[in-house]
Ligand binder design. Structure first.
Ligand code: SF4
Ligand code: SF4
Length: 305
């Protein structure tokens, strides 16, 4: 177990010790335990992009519907990077909780799989690469810590099948980490880039329509094979979204842009704005003309009286 201490808020249930894969925890959860379901009855579950893909598929919904019904937004950092949590009922219970346990168990989110440990993505000062460490969360209501079962973090991750989730969400965690650590030097993200981040990270079906749109195709040079995969495969589209966000947030150019596409788009926008302006002026002049005519007509009527 590492001696490194982590700064945490007062009263946090998290043990302020960093754990590594080979460190052990004493824990077991099972259906006959006295606290069965108590964790899900007060759920505070942050969702990662791959969690949403699994859950929306499980619920046979598109991502936009899923987000409306099962999620609430929050801000991950001071720059307003958007995050998503599972929506609970009025008592704070997860909507997927049943007396038998989790109704979406095979597709439960990463945070539920990790509990009572947690993933801690970190980047050491001056280092370009991120590191993955783990935390232990000890809450009074959770009696699993009193069970006689010792397991390494590495084996617990395997048992909970969380490795696939971490692997697929890895670039998402890296983006958030990099944004947090380099935010002020790169500058606050624009509203437009935050909306794009939300759509690319969480609302994969809406993001697909955006990627398939004429405007997107005019700017980005993507092969037919790539488009084919983005059209059919949610995970490929999610990974493409992470690549696009690295391009938008940090200028890491990975997706080829068509030559002169941005200038052409700016010219088109300018033309549209000028056209709109002309229409507005014409409408304004028409209204003024009608008002003048009405005033003349009413003056003529009074004169005839
Ligand atoms: S998704 Fe399942 S495991 Fe996670 S809080 Fe809800 S009921 Fe519990
Ligand atoms: S042991 Fe902990 S994780 Fe398992 S049901 Fe009880 S509160 Fe939930």
């Amino acid at each position: 177990m590492s001696d490194e201490k982590i700064e945490l808020p007062h009263n946090s249930p998290v043990q302020p010790t960093r754990l590594e894969l080979e460190d052990t925890i004493k824990f077991r959860c099972h259906k006959d335990i006295s606290c069965w379901n108590q964790c899900c009855a007060r759920a505070d579950v942050t969702l990662a992009p791959y969690d949403i893909i699994r859950l929306k598929k499980r619920m046979n919904m598109d991502s936009t519907e899923f987000l409306a019904q099962y999620s609430v937004p929050f801000e991950i950092d001071a720059h307003g990077i958007p995050g998503i949590k599972l929506r609970t009922d009025d008592s704070g219970a997860c909507q997927f909780m049943t007396n038998e346990g989790c109704s979406v168990y095979e597709d439960r989110p990463t945070a539920c799989r990790y509990y009572p440990s947690g993933l801690l993505s970190m980047r050491a000062l001056g280092e370009a690469k991120d590191e993955q460490h783990f935390l232990l969360i000890k809450e009074d209501h959770c009696k699993g810590h009193e069970e006689d079962n010792i397991i390494t973090i590495g084996d617990y991750r395997k048992e909970q099948q969380v490795e696939e989730f971490d692997e697929l969400n890895r670039d998402f965690y890296r983006i958030i980490l990099k944004k947090k650590s380099t935010g002020p030097t790169i500058g606050a993200p624009s509203d437009m880039s935050l909306q794009l981040f939300f759509m690319a990270s969480y609302d994969v079906d809406r993001f697909r329509r955006f990627v398939m749109s004429e405007n997107f195709i005019k700017i980005y040079d993507i092969t037919d094979e790539e488009y084919d995969s983005l059209e059919k495969d949610d995970v490929a589209l999610m990974q493409f979204g992470f690549t696009l966000m690295k391009q938008v947030f940090f200028g890491e150019l990975s997706i080829k842009e068509r030559e002169g596409a941005w200038d052409k788009r700016a010219d088109e926008r300018r033309e549209i704005l000028e056209y709109r302006k002309k229409v507005e002026i014409a409408e304004h002049e028409k209204k003024q003309e009608e008002a003048r005519k009405a005033a003349i007509d009413s003056g003529t009527e009074h004169a005839e009286d």
